[in-house]
Design a protein around this ligand. Structure first.
Ligand code: SAM
Length: 249
């Protein structure tokens, strides 16, 4: 009977949860939730009264051991995070790793994820994307990471917090240029859901003129480098390779 369920929960609208997820949350012995308040709101909305414990980024290692003990005693446990899919820019991976090592079943219950929700409504035709998640919060580190992504031709997907959105956009312009296309997906599935497609330069100007657009939760989808940029890179790479080959005995 012992099993760990990884259950996706809504990213805003409390009805965005699968029938299977509700069934699992109502019938497991214990729900391990990131925060008591957020999970309480969701579970009460769906009249679920299952016993809860908390697992967050600061106690994941200790709680993973505790959950392993529960499974050893034949219990079933469901992990949920505050929003969306656990383990995606959220705790869960360390727990899953331990439980897998101990040989118990780990069963994913799929559902909402902010990145894929944004991508699905973006109209971006490129089938390839790279999910980066949160960029570093310090400017220097953020710019360094962005520089390493400059030549990628796939769509780049970032999560960003409202108090950093303007700084992040300014750094994107610095590294990728004002003409690169961006989709800003804000407050998905919520009252003020906004999906805005423009160049980086226009997007920053738009954000600055409306303080309301700087609030809430953001997914940024940055279009990939044009293919000619890629060939420039491969030309550069070819030059380096030539020089390296010339040095070989
Ligand atoms: N596990 C979640 C998932 O599957 O998407 C992500 C959790 S992460 C801690 C929270 C970040 O996800 C937010 O800062 C924001 O960047 C993004 N996010 C979550 N909900 C969102 C929403 N409703 N609209 C836009 N972005 C959202």
């Amino acid at each position: 009977k012992s099993a760990l369920y990884i259950v996706a929960t809504p990213i805003g609208n409390l009805n965005d949860i699968s029938l299977r997820a509700l069934d699992v949350l109502a019938n497991v012995d214990v729900v391990a939730a990131e925060h008591v308040h957020t999970s309480g709101h969701l579970l009460a909305h769906h009249s679920i009264t299952t016993r809860r414990i908390t697992l967050h980024q600061h106690n994941e290692t200790v709680m993973a051991e505790k959950i392993a003990t529960l499974l050893a005693a034949g219990k079933t446990v469901a992990l949920i995070s505050d929003a969306g899919t656990p383990g995606v820019s959220d705790p869960g991976a360390k727990l899953v790793d331990l439980i897998r090592q101990q040989g118990y079943p780990v069963i994913p219950i799929p559902g909402a994820n902010a990145a894929l929700c944004a991508l699905s409504a973006s109209g971006i035709v490129n089938p390839q994307f790279l999910f980066y998640g949160f960029l570093p919060t310090k400017t220097g580190a953020r710019r360094n990471i962005l520089a390493t992504l400059k030549c990628y031709t796939c769509t780049l997907i970032f999560y960003e917090a409202p108090h950093r959105i303007l700084d992040c956009m300014a750094d994107l312009i610095l590294v990728f240029g004002a003409d690169r296309k961006i989709t800003i997906a804000r407050e998905l599935t919520k009252l003020f859901e906004t999906i805005h497609v423009s160049t980086l330069g226009d997007a920053l100007a738009w954000l600055k003129t409306d303080a309301n657009q700087q609030k809430g939760e953001f997914v940024l989808l940055l279009s990939g480098a044009a293919v000619q940029d890629k060939s420039m890179v491969s030309e550069q790479a070819q030059q380096i390779l030539k020089r390296l080959l010339a040095d070989l005995p």
